[in-house]
Design a protein around this ligand. Structure first.
Ligand code: DO4
Ligand code: MG
Length: 286
């Protein structure tokens, strides 16, 4: 089943039917046993006609975020480790990535407050002071306040490789800025954990043409999702739960950098496609 947050309300998609739920987003998604709860309340929920549902899903989807912070894990796939070791060769930081890939404690970092997150069809931004900008397609967990992984969404951890490559201590500037995180289009809430053969696919289009395309399955990840969430919850409370991006598995070739008006499509089996256009932040003049 899937939950969509829209400007008009919360839409539940269950068994091919759509229902409008009149509930508070943060309280709803934070419930224990969310899947079973949604199944139960669907019997009393207000059904939507297919026409109304499709119109809302076409025009009104927003990021599936209320008061949740967004965190991210890093260097969880070999491809991410290798790319980062290369980009930080000159700064002398390469061994940091090698060591974290094999370490017991994972790399976890704060990514975004809710208001900076881009949703479906919204713009993501690239930094003007960065010469090398990339999207990072990441399966993203929704973990409730009790530390239970309840749901999944598609995430994009937009990053500056030139800034991170210059010095690993610049990581927060490479990673945290307006619209550097995108989530959506929905929350996918399966009864059992997501299938390990799930494929993540990314397509980048420029002037209507595909300029990058690749895919990989999530079983190539070095760590378990429960391992990442357990570390995150060791010393942090999240009253409404939180999102955790699980690390990038796809890295465009070294000569590639995003440009304004590129379109990024990230598709994860069973969840859907997150679509975003790339822009500079229009409120920043220089
Ligand atoms: O180590 C820096 C960030 C890594 C990251 O964002 C990733 O592997 O996805
Ligand atoms: Mg990442």
């Amino acid at each position: 089943m899937k939950l969509y947050k829209t400007n008009t309300g919360i839409i539940l998609n269950l068994g091919g039917l759509f229902y409008m739920l009149n509930q508070d987003w943060d309280l709803l998604i934070n419930r224990n046993h969310l899947h079973d709860y949604l199944q139960k309340i669907s019997h009393q929920a207000h059904p939507l006609s297919m026409d109304d549902a499709y119109k809302l899903l076409e025009d009104e989807i927003i990021a599936p975020v209320g008061q949740q912070e967004v965190w991210a894990a890093g260097v969880t796939y070999l491809r991410s480790r290798n790319a980062r070791m290369e980009e930080s060769q000159e700064s002398g930081g390469a061994s940091l990535y090698d060591r974290i890939y094999g370490a017991e404690r994972p790399e976890l970092f704060f990514k975004s407050l809710p208001h900076r997150v881009a949703g479906q069809k919204q713009d993501v931004y690239i930094r003007k002071d960065s010469t090398w900008n990339v999207p990072e397609p990441e399966l993203t967990l929704f973990i409730n306040s009790e530390g239970e992984i309840q749901a999944y969404t598609v995430g994009n951890d937009m990053s500056s490789r030139s800034i991170e490559g210059e010095n690993a201590l610049y990581l927060p500037q490479a990673k945290i800025y307006e619209r550097s995180a995108a989530l959506g289009p929905c929350l996918y809430i399966p009864k059992t954990p997501i299938d390990s053969s799930t494929i993540i696919r990314m397509v980048i289009k420029r002037d209507g043409r595909i300029i990058y395309e690749d895919s990989i399955s999530i079983d190539r990840m070095k760590r378990q999702f429960t391992e990442l969430s357990a570390y995150l919850y060791r010393e942090c409370d999240f009253n409404y739960g939180c999102y955790l991006m699980t690390g990038t598995c796809l890295v465009p070739p070294d000569g590639f950098t995003l440009q304004e008006e590129d379109f990024i499509e990230i598709t994860i089996d069973a969840i859907g496609t997150l679509l975003n256009r790339v822009r500079f932040n229009p409120s920043k003049k220089n």
